[in-house]
Design a protein around this ligand. Structure first.
Ligand code: FEO
Length: 398
């Protein structure tokens, strides 16, 4: 059954949701699923903005054919050449061989790399400021390099004032029938998925997101049409505000997250003691995570949310407990900034993970590592209470 949804006069959603894919990019678990959005413009000329992932190709073509209702396709605009959106370009061109593929210079470089046969396609190269008029709609193009690949373009419809924002303002999560964010309790039911998507997919490119937000500020935007997740037609400032915060690496709350690694439970027990002490001292929101048991993408998302991060782990092969080392590497790769870290190390004979974590965290910009480090010799005991209290005092006061 086709599932085409009207967004505004002449603009329709023809995307699809996937609830079977286990991992997005074969990395990030998506138990909540994901949607691949594609947009159809029914005007004097017919236009499609982006295709969809191969996993939803059948539904996608059913929707596309229903939307076209026998008309031919005039333009296929490629805002993003990552395969979760471009995988069906060759199939679309095979179905509608007269179609003109629209993209930027780098779009066509990538297009040829993925689809060598595209040399023979009809193409229209556009750059920032160029316009595509389809009848009653005029789309102007905005360059959005590295949000999330270098070739990315946004398109702004001067008629409906809709911004087609590629991956920006996207989120993990399959659509539950509703297309618009205002059909859901987004802040309750979607924000964690949106933050996890942002932090892990786009998080590294805060500066580039800032650059494109500044360009967008000059546009009168009434709707945001991303490539993943719901479409925005109300409360745009809420989500733009989140992007403003996330892209400047500002924390959302003063909360503390305690992330521990533990071979046999002793560091885990210490983590619980630290969390309890923080609560006793008035910390309103403390969350504890086992670095071995929680996928790193959720931990990264929590890092984007919270100000204070407590890392507690054993020394392992004279190094950092490996899952903790990987987590810190991920934070460095994603350019995490403006956070406070407190460290606890465990070692039965030569604890060194604290010093090693400190050295590794030096890769992060604008972070504070508290001098007060907690050292555990195999296990915490009541005799260590004073050291724990001193450790948690430093965290509370940071
Ligand atoms: Fe949804 Fe960068 O692709």
């Amino acid at each position: 059954m086709n599932n085409v949804k009207k967004i505004a006069d002449g603009i329709f959603w023809i995307g699809a949701s996937d609830r079977r894919l286990e991992r997005f990019e074969n990395i990030f678990p998506i138990p909540e699923g994901v949607s691949y959005n594609s947009y159809f413009v029914d005007d004097e000329k017919t236009v499609v903005f982006d295709t969809a992932d191969v996993t939803v190709a059948d539904q996608y073509f059913e929707n596309l054919k229903a939307a076209l209702d026998g008309r031919k396709l005039d333009y296929l605009v490629v805002l993003h050449m990552e395969p979760d959106h471009c995988s069906q370009i060759d199939k679309v061109v095979a179905l509608y061989p007269d179609v003109t593929v629209v993209g930027g210079k780098q779009t066509f470089t990538f297009l040829k790399q993925f689809f060598p046969e595209s040399e023979g396609y009809n193409k229209l190269e556009v750059k920032e400021g160029d316009k595509l008029t389809t009848g009653s709609h005029t789309f102007s193009f905005v360059a959005a390099p590295m949000v999330h690949w270098p070739e990315v373009l946004f398109a702004y419809d001067e008629t409906t004032k809709a911004l087609l924002s590629a991956d920006a303002f996207g989120t993990f999560g399959a659509l539950d029938g509703g297309l618009f964010a205002d059909e859901y309790d987004f802040e309750k039911d979607w924000i964690d998925s949106a933050r996890r998507y942002y932090a892990n997919i786009v998080g590294k490119y805060g500066m580039q997101v800032q650059a494109v937000l500044k360009k967008a500020a000059g546009l009168d935007i009434k709707m945001i049409l991303p490539l993943h997740g719901p479409v925005w037609r109300q409360d745009l400032d809420f989500f733009i505000g989140k992007y403003q915060k996330w892209s400047t690496y500002e924390f959302e709350t003063d909360s503390v997250i305690v992330i521990y690694g533990s071979l046999y439970g002793h560091t885990a027990s210490a983590a619980e003691a630290v969390a309890a002490s923080l609560r006793d001292k008035g910390a309103a929101d403390v969350r504890v995570y086992d670095v071995s048991g929680v996928d790193v993408s959720y931990l990264i998302s929590e890092v984007w949310r919270c100000k204070k991060i407590v890392l507690m782990c054993p020394t392992y092969n004279n190094g950092i407990y490996p899952p903790m080392g990987n987590f810190i590497s991920d934070m460095a790769a994603l350019m995490v900034q403006n956070r406070v870290f407190a460290l606890a190390q465990n070692g039965t004979w030569a604890p060194a993970s604290g010093k090693l974590m400190t050295e590794k965290l030096a890769q992060l910009k604008n972070v504070t590592v508290l001098e007060n480090m907690l050292t555990i010799k195999s296990a915490l005991h009541p005799s260590d209470k004073e050291a724990v209290e001193s450790f948690t005092d430093a965290i509370i006061n940071a």
